[in-house]
Design a protein around this ligand. Structure first.
Ligand SMILES: C[S@@+](CC[C@H](N)C(=O)[O-])C[C@H]1O[C@@H](n2cnc3c(N)ncnc32)[C@H](O)[C@@H]1O
Length: 365
């Protein structure tokens, strides 16, 4: 067994990664005013830019991709209806208080966010390499130059900054104003980021209409486990992606193990984090996530497990997705959305699945 202090510190680091929670006894101040509060649902626009025009050409891609795309058309129409007819939001204001309380801690590499710092060793190459698969050539040193990336739930900019250094134009958004202030302040330490990384206090829904099909990639790292309406969140991610663009998600699985470690042990036994900071029901399994992705016109390319070692403070890739995992999905192109599903593609579908899972399984840090 770990001795108490070590256990507490190690546990806090583990959970910091999956939920970014503070240590025992740290109560979040009731400062909800600093949390984004604009009406996230605009009712004024009559544009439906996400409904693509029809295209007659047939694409003989794997049927899995094509069926995801066909479902995507319906999902985009549904999103329009949802955003305009109900006050659905992906933001859980109560849940954000803990991030507000810890907003000054983002860049403490030994602090509560240490696991997010060390996760960069995996997630930055994961994002970079998958994005570069789609380009013929790139500039050495700034391989992501020319790409626009949206970092949703950017926190203090831990992931936005390295992506900016790789040459990408990054927009980091977060509903917690104090997080954005921290991110903006830290960006000033590296002049190279000045032109490349921008931050805004807002929700994803808040920028959907103005940012339709704008980004080459959307990143939501350690965010979806805090989102009350994942379906709407994914729909919005898809909406702001260019056709063929990539969605990257890292999150925590909904398993007995994550319940035992994240809820029972950490909150109720060891009191590493305050009770109620994690909601196990918000955790999502890779299967469920893949199904939501597919029903929104996104085809999952890779889903791979990530394992954190609280003793070394390092992450590594693993085939086991029972705790943390990373996902990469691609938004179908307009032509694919309109293409009928050829029955002859059934075999290709099986082949594509095997290939995708194999490529995920061999990823190494
Ligand atoms: C665990 S932190 C991850 C921060 C950052 N992505 C990283 O990995 O370094 C979760 C972040 O998501 C933000 N967040 C929570 N719910 C959100 C939502 N519905 N939309 C966007 N961001 C959200 C929080 O304010 C917090 O900054």
């Amino acid at each position: 067994m770990w001795p108490g202090v070590t256990l507490r510190s190690a546990g806090a680091r583990l959970l910091g990664a999956t939920g970014c929670r503070g240590s025992r006894g740290r109560s979040a101040p009731a400062a909800a005013s600093a949390v984004y509060s604009e009406n996230q649902i605009s009712r004024t626009s009559h544009n439906k830019p996400w409904i693509d025009s029809a295209c007659g050409s047939m694409y003989f891609r794997p049927s899995r991709m094509t069926s995801a795309c066909l479902k995507g058309v319906r999902a985009h129409r549904l999103l329009w209806t949802r955003l305009h007819s109900a006050s659905r939001s992906s933001v859980d204001r109560e849940g954000l208080k803990v991030f507000l309380a810890l907003a000054h801690k983002w860049w403490d590499e030994q602090g509560v966010y240490a696991p997010l710092h060390s996760m960069n060793a995996l997630r930055v190459p994961f994002i970079r390499d998958n994005l570069l698969k789609a380009v013929a050539s790139h500039q050495p040193g700034i391989p992501l130059s020319g790409m626009k990336i949206l970092d949703v739930g950017c926190g203090g900019g831990l992931l936005s900054e390295p992506l900016g250094r790789l040459g990408a134009s990054v927009l980091g958004i977060d509903p917690v104003e104090e997080n954005i202030k921290t991110a903006q302040h830290h960006r000033t330490f590296d002049p190279v980021l000045d032109q490349r990384v921008e931050y805004r206090v807002c929700s994803l829904e808040g920028i959907v209409q103005e940012s339709a099909e704008t980004f080459d990639a959307v990143v939501a790292s350690e965010v979806v486990e805090h989102v009350p309406d994942l379906e709407t969140f994914i729909q919005c991610c898809c909406q702001v992606l260019k056709p063929g663009g990539s969605l990257f998600i890292t999150t925590i699985n909904r398993t007995q193990l994550s319940y035992a470690l994240g809820i029972v042990f950490a909150e109720q036994i060891a009191h590493i984090v305050p009770k109620g900071t994690h909601t196990w029901e918000k955790f999502v399994s890779p299967e469920k996530l893949e199904s939501i992705l597919e029903s929104n016109g996104l085809s999952a390319q890779t889903i791979v497990g990530m394992l954190y070692n609280p003793f070394s403070g390092r992450w590594r890739w693993t085939e086991n997705t029972s705790l943390n995992y990373a996902a990469h999905a691609v938004k179908c192109k307009a032509q694919e959305r309109e293409a009928p599903v050829p029955s002859a593609c059934k075999g290709e579908e099986a082949g594509a699945r095997a290939e995708a899972s194999a490529s995920g399984a061999v990823l190494e840090s």
